[in-house]
Design a protein around this ligand. Structure first.
Ligand code: AMP
Ligand code: GLY
Length: 425
């Protein structure tokens, strides 16, 4: 099979790494890919915003399957353009991608179909949003409706902070994403990322993880795309997985059919496990980054036939995938200045030494080749990923490996996984 993978991050290197070992694969292209994917696939220069160009490429190269990694092309309808040209694709069309593209859409769907989530209000008007905040008090959560690269959520501990967040949204701090605002109840509990592979009707549970979103040690400071992750999330016991499927995922699949936009692709539920069970915080319509890296390390099956079955609406013909009992963990090496103003152009050495250690896979994200030398090229640079029987052993391996990498313009968090210590000790 010939496969085109869209994206350029650590998530896509992880997918390419997994797809590249499939006996079914004859050729893998990445658009645009990164220096890591270049080692196992052919990187191509395609403007993915130009849907006609992507379709032309697929026709010319006889592509059998397109896998879309990031949310932006999905929300922009790339999967629709491909399907309309009879090209097989994993990923929702634009209407189903509203599950990620509009928080208000998802909240309304949850309300209509009794899917557990925080109580909320949707506002296009600043005064009404503020009145809701005064009525409900703090802590309270203010969210820009649209895509805001993970930055449009403010968990406000005081009414003053919540009001300032509403001002920021309507003043354009998140661009057009903030022209509508969702204000919602603050949920208390433990967070987990839950993934499903969906074919329009059926959803297969596809792994769990916990992401470390904040920049600083001990979960402090600004939110990022994710500074590391481990899988499986200890809070997602098999009973909790079943409960999440029954209360959240299956009703969502049915709801999407009812409204005429069946969900095909990767459904990523951000959950808060409260004392009453799982609540939906948000949906994403793609794998998480860096969660994908730890999921791919634990997946025991060939990924490609599962992706094909999901794209064809034929998951009913497949067995559910199996997962290693090991714990996998990834640590992000980020560029100094991330997330506000990452420095670019610092050299990176020692990847081979790190990757030579047992069970270590170094996945590229924001790297580039400059005159034959590997350098940092955006906020999140590399993901050092590994697995072992216990969280502590996995951590030790990951950190021993990342210390082999020399990158004067880079840094990492030294405590990825810490929230799970209490459950393991
Ligand atoms: P999101 O971008 O929607 O995942 O939100 C970013 C982060 O804000 C989440 O990972 C949570 O830590 C936090 N958050 C979002 N919504 C809520 C909520 N209703 N209650 C408590 N924390 C929340
Ligand atoms: N790591 C969180 C995300 O990909 O949305």
């Amino acid at each position: 099979m010939k496969v085109l993978l869209i994206g350029s991050g650590g998530r896509e290197h992880a997918l390419a790494w997994k797809i590249s070992v499939s006996p079914l694969l004859s050729r893998l292209y990445c658009a645009p890919g990164n220096p890591g994917t270049a080692e196992i696939a052919k990187n191509i220069d395609l403007n993915v915003a130009d849907h006609a160009a992507v379709v032309r490429f697929c026709v010319k190269k006889h592509i059998d399957l397109v896998m879309i990694g990031p949310e932006a092309p999905l929300v922009n309808g790339l999967a629709d353009s491909l399907r309309n040209s009879q090209i097989r694709v994993v990923g929702p069309g634009a209407k189903a991608a509203r599950l990620e593209g509009s928080k208000g859409f998802t909240k309304d769907l949850c309300a209509r179909f009794s899917i557990p989530t925080a109580a909320y209000g949707r506002f296009k008007n600043m005064a009404e949003a503020k009145a809701y905040i005064y009525t409900h008090g703090a802590p309270i959560v203010v969210k820009a409706d649209g895509l805001a690269a993970g930055k449009g959520v403010i968990v406000a501990m005081t009414i003053k902070e919540a009001l300032a967040a509403v001002d920021a949204c309507f003043d354009g701090a998140f661009g057009t994403a903030g022209t509508e605002v969702v204000v919602e109840e603050f949920l208390q509990g433990e967070e987990a990322s839950f993934f499903c592979l969906c074919d329009g009707t059926i959803a297969f549970p596809f792994g769990t993880a916990q992401d470390y979103k904040q920049i600083g040690e001990g979960d402090t400071g600004l939110n990022t795309g994710g500074m590391g992750a481990y899988s499986p999330a200890f809070v997602m016991t098999s009973d909790m997985v079943k409960c999440t499927m029954r209360r959240i995922i299956e009703p969502t699949m049915k709801a999407m059919i009812t409204i005429g936009t069946p969900f095909k692709g990767i459904l990523f539920a951000g959950l808060m496990i409260t004392k009453d069970g799982p609540n939906l915080i948000e949906y994403n319509v793609r794998f998480g980054d860096p969660e994908c890296q730890v999921l791919m390390m634990r997946l025991q099956n060939d990924l490609l036939p599962l992706l094909v079955a999901a794209a064809d609406g034929k998951l009913s013909t497949c067995k559910q995938p199996t997962w290693s009992d090991d714990i996998s963990l990834t640590v992000v090496l980020a560029a100094k200045g991330y997330p506000e103003a990452p420095e670019k152009g610092s050299f990176i050495e020692g990847i081979e030494e790190a990757a030579a250690l047992p069970d270590i896979v170094v996945l590229h994200a924001g790297t580039a080749l400059q005159n034959g030398r590997l350098v940092t090229n955006s906020g999140r640079v590399l993901n050092v990923t590994t697995h072992d029987k216990t969280l502590r052993a996995t951590q030790r391996k990951a950190y021993a490996a990342i210390r082999k990498i020399r990158c004067p313009g880079g840094f990492w968090r030294s405590d990825i996984g810490w929230r799970a210590y209490a459950r393991e000790d």
